[in-house]
Design a protein around this ligand. Sequence first.
Ligand SMILES: [Zn+2]
Length: 525
Amino acid sequence: MSFEVRYTDLAGRIGQLKTLHGVLETPAFLPVVHPADQVIRPQFLRDLGFNAVITNAYITLKRHKELAIRRGIHNLIDFDGIVMTDSGGYQVLEYGDIEIGPETMAKFQIDIKSDLPVILDRPTGYRLDYERARDFVEETLLNARSTINMIKDHLGHRNQIAADETSDMQRPIWVGTIQGAEHLDLVKHSTEELAKIGFDFFALGSPVEVMEAYDFRLLAKMILTAKESIPNKPLHVFGAGHPLAISIAVALGCDTFDSASYILYARDNRYITPYGTAKLNELTYLPCSCPVCSFISVEQFRSMDYDTRIIQLAKHNLYILKLEISMLKQAIMDGRLWEYIVQKARSHPKLMEALIYIKNHPIMDSGTKRFKNKAAFFYDSIDYYRPEAKQYREMVARFKSSRARVLFYPEQDIKPFYSSTHYTNLVKEYEGFQICSYSAFLGIIPVELCDIYPAAHNLSNESHYDDGEVMENSRDEIIRAFKAFLSSNDFEEVVIYGNKAVRNSLNRNPLNHRNIRILEYEDDR
Ligand SMILES: [Zn+2]
C-alpha cells in the first residue's frame, strides 16, 4: 500500500493514498452513498470535489448481488472515483443475518472491485459492558484473520493485504476495524493485533454514539490509543460527519472520515455550520454563502416542499463538510492548525475539554515544524501549550550560559531583540551579563537564541504584561521559567526587570537566589 505524507502540522497531515481507482488526497471526507436509493447523485459529489465515497457492501449484496458483481460497485452506484465499502457489521447484527460470514463479505467486496474493502466487524458501540466489548473485539479479530486467510486462498498469494510495490495498483486496500470504544485497553489490543495480522489501513469503529454525545475527549482518547501503535499508518474514523469531530480528529492524525450526516441531518431539518448544527426552523438568517444559501432566504428554504428541501439541505451540508476539509488542509499548509483547532474549541465547551486533554500530548509536536514562515500568534493561556512554544522552551532548558551574571527583562516588540536600541543600552549598562528577555508563552529567551523561531517571529496578546490584566497562570509560568533557568545555570548575580504584576508575583514566590535584584520596568510601549 502506498500512503505518502506530504505536509504536516500538529499530528495532522496531508497525504496521498494510492488506490485502484486513483489517488486520494487526505484528509478526506467520504460521503455515505446508498447503493440504490440516492438522494444526492454521486456525480454531484464528484463535481463538488469528493473523490471518494463509501457505500454499504452488505445492502449491496442483499439487494443487487448479481448486478454488482457483473457491473462492479463503481458502475452500480454511478461513481467513477474511489469507493470504500463498509462490510455492514451493524446491519448484519441488526438483521441477525448469520448466513453472511466474514469470508462471504470479503469475497463479495473483491468481486465488486471495492477500492477500500472493510472486514466484517462486530461493532462494540458505546456503553457496552467490558466483557461483551471484549468478546466483540475478539470476534472482529477472528473475522479479520478469516478474511485474510480467504484472500490468500482466493488470490493464491501470500500476504495480500500488505501489497508489495509491483502489484500495488492491482489490489484493494483492506481496512482493519479497531473496536473497543471507551474500553481503551481493548482499543489498544485491537489495534496491535490488526497490525500483527498485517493491515496497512485502519478504521476506528464505534465512535458515532461517542460523537452524538459530544464526548470529544473520549474520541480523542480512542484516537490517541490507536495512534500509539500505528502512528504512521492511515487511519479512518467511521461515522465522523460533524465539523467539530473532524477538526479534532485531523489534528490528532486521522486521515479519512465517512458519514451520512449530511442526509440524516437534512431529514431531521438540521443545518450544518462550521461550528455545529442548527435547526432550520430556528434560524432567522442563513449563515452561509454556499450556492444553495446564496439565492434564497431562510423563509424560502423552509417553505420548500419536503423532497426539495431535503435535497437542498443535504447539498448545503455537503458544502460545509467540504469547506471544513479545505480549511483544515489550508491550516496544515499554513502551519496554523493549532490556531484553527483553538478557534473551533471556542465553539463548544466539549471540544475545549478535548483540546485541554490533548494540549500537552507529545503527538501534538510530532508533525509541527521547528521553523515556520508565518509568525506564531499567542492569544491566551492555552497557547502556552502551542507546540512551537513548547519546543522553544525545551531548547532553552538545554541552554548553558557562559556568563556569571544574568539580566532578565520583558519581551519587546522589536524582534530579534539584539537589534533594538533598548538592548544596546542594556549591554552598556550591564556589561558582561547574560541578557535574556522573557515572555508568558516562550519563557526565558536568551539573546543567543532570540533570533530562532518563534522567538524572532511571534505576536502576543500584550495584556499579559499589563499590570492590571496579567493572567494569574501566565505569571506562574514566568516564575516557573525563572526558576528552571536559574537552576540549570549557575549565576552569581541576578537582575530582573518586571512590571508590578511580575514583581508582586516574585515577592510571593521568591526565587531563593543569594544575590538578586528586582527592578521596576517602565513599559513605554
Ligand atoms: Zn449553505
